[in-house]
Design a protein around this ligand. Sequence first.
Ligand code: ADP
Length: 511
Amino acid sequence: MGEPPTDAAATRRMWESLEFRALLWINGEWCKAEDGRTFSVEDKATGEVIENVAMATDVETRKAVSAACDALPGWRRCPPAERSQFLQKILALLHEYKEPLARLITVEQGSPLDQSRSQVDYAASFFSWFAGEAQRIYGRSVPHPDPRRRLRVEYYPVGVVAAITPWNGALGLPAKKIAGALAAGCTIILKPSELTPLSALALAWLSQKAGLPSGVFNVVCGDAPAIGRVLLHDPDVRMITFTGSTRTGRCLMTEAAKQIKRISLELGGNAPFIVFSDADMNQAAEDLVWLKCMNSGQVCVTANRILVEENIQAEFVAKVLEHLRQQKLGHGLSPGVTVGPLIRREAVERIASLVQEAIKQGANLRYGGDIPPPGPGERFFPPTLLENVTQAMRLAREEIFGPVFPVLTFESDDEALQMANDTSYGLAAYVYTNNIARGQRFAEELEVGVVGINDPRPIIASAPFGGCKESGIGREGGTEGLLEFMEPRLIGTRFPENRFKSKSNPGSSEK
Ligand code: ADP
């Protein structure tokens, strides 16, 4: 299972067509760490070290901030149409290098190759959307009660932005932030996860190939707390945009508050997937397994709790099991694999403990649950389904981040709604029903940022994505995603008193 695929050599060759360096990308140059230190990146399926990357600390981060500051005046003045052209060049390169990028994602992140290809498309869609949005930064005029006055609102880039991204969307998550910030006229320092820095470095290389001016986009990876300290404490960094755990998001927000830095947070989720007896059950089962197996369940918007109307539980679970039996666990580069490894062994152990605790408390294991022993294949957690799960169990309260399906039941709409909202998270929710009034009620009463009604994936680049409650603040994508990187400025003009007075017959009498 953990064996490398037979085409490993071909894989390496394809990936070498991406000429990024395992270094830091600062001010348009590939740089080593000043103390020469590196850290290793593994193939997540095999544990084999695939690269040693320069390890940034505060010294390199300060250089990156200074480069982004120096580049800011030129980039913010660059006409939007020109900024758009740079984004379009990067978009074209993402398409051109789609296959090697997808293979790189599969190796460093673990996701099956088809899913990695979709991730490259997803990354590209943000460059496409924001290349257009850059040219639609419209202001507006606001009527003033005083006839001598005019008010207008114009939008200006926030300034230097620090983007901090996790490992579960190695290319897609940095791409969202970079494309939005560049479109707005901001310069950026990206700190990708140390588990998956290579896709971010590949993105830096694409920006180099696209001719993006030096210092506009910088990448530092390595010692996260040391890098974070500089990004949070340097007053020249005006905004932090973060995707990751609620725990880290809370720390960043606390620190950012000291300088009232603007902050945008995409944090954890605990999405309910609600299935009513009037739903198309085949479609719901298929969508659920697709959603839940994507990236082995390591997605913040994945279904975390499956809430099923009690009278259809047996039938619905049987349909889900049919789909689960068709899933193939293995190295993401091996043909036919639909579920890859988890990011690290600790994740396997954590999820195993959630499952075992739930079983002890009365949950019924219906599928999977075989935890691999330490050694080869130790990161492969099999798709696992449990019934009789309750809201009190940690399995239902914590974000699982693995291919585990906890099934809970409800008897009424009110109970389903109450259970769905009974969580500190508020990111996504899915409702399967053919009753439009019921769908509308849930859309209005669920406390989340995204609702899918018979739709497992309403998230696209042109629509705002984000959460409420402890799932974060701010939005990515859509018009909102651009404004996130911009400050509105109110500009008032007062004209002289007689400026608008109509002159009575100013000498133009026809008589
Ligand atoms: P996960 O547990 O899923 O890796 P984290 O929230 O810990 O999620 O990590 C998300 C991103 O935040 C990663 O790039 C990580 O290196 C970074 N990070 C974690 N702690 C800090 C910190 N103190 N300062 C800056 N970045 C941090």
